[in-house]
Design a binder for this molecule. Structure first.
Ligand code: FMN
Length: 198
């Protein structure tokens, strides 16, 4: 489940929340899953991966990851992203464009301390996306971390990423492909609304 804090009442945020509520009622699986694109300025390559969207605090969408991972390196050199959600139970896609940044160390520490110890053991032991000789080594590293680490102490290479969309697009699938698309674009603090052809 996504945690909503300090709810923002601007229209696209309200639409997002309505769709989320509808999707929860429709028992959407993996409702937190959100695809985040990135661009590596060094390799001149676009990449994408799913993460779990954990918190929407006011205007900020927040997920957590490893700060040494490829995505994090990409964000350091190019902080513009596109985020994509598809809730198949209600046939809704949400596209967002934003700039991304790290959350504060204090925030990360507090969040980490409140998580399950098993999750933290993995976050501590994993050099995310580095090549390893076998899956067995992953399991061994995890067991070592579970036994030997302080599982409430957030490592400095783990934390949140926050993005505040400047563009939202809601796509609703309808019969006969009469799909409904509505966009909201932030232009100097005002949301400009438009309908898009399917
Ligand atoms: C549904 C789903 C949720 C995921 N959630 C996260 C997450 O919250 N944080 C994370 O670091 N990786 C998450 N992953 C793994 C990422 O997709 C990815 O494999 C990993 O972060 C490494 O990405 P990178 O090499 O692009 O940095 C998730 C994968 C799936 C399929």
């Amino acid at each position: 489940m996504i945690k909503f804090d300090n709810i923002n009442n601007e229209t696209p945020y309200l639409v997002f929340r309505d769709k989320y509520t509808e999707s929860v009622k429709a028992k959407q699986k993996n409702i937190e899953a959100i695809c985040i694109s990135s661009y590596s300025s060094e390799n001149k390559e676009v990449n994408a991966r799913y993460v779990n969207l954990k918190i929407i605090d006011g205007k900020e969408f927040i997920f957590f990851s490893n700060y040494n991972s490829p995505k994090s390196i990409d964000f350091n050199s190019h902080n513009q992203i596109t985020a994509l959600i598809y809730w198949n139970n209600i046939n809704v896609q949400i596209r967002m464009k934003a700039h991304i940044k790290k959350t504060s160390r204090e925030f990360n520490k507090a969040y980490f301390a409140g998580r399950d110890e098993e999750k933290n053991a993995l976050a501590i032991s994993s050099e995310q996306s580095n090549v390893i000789d076998s899956y067995k080594s992953v399991q061994e590293n995890y067991e070592i971390s579970l036994e030997n680490s302080n599982l409430s102490e957030c490592p400095d290479y783990w934390g949140g990423f926050s993005f505040t969309p400047y563009y939202f697009e809601f796509w609703e699938g309808h019969e006969k492909r009469l799909n409904k698309r509505e966009a909201y674009e932030d232009q100097n603090g005002i949301w400009i609304h438009s309908f898009l052809q399917p």
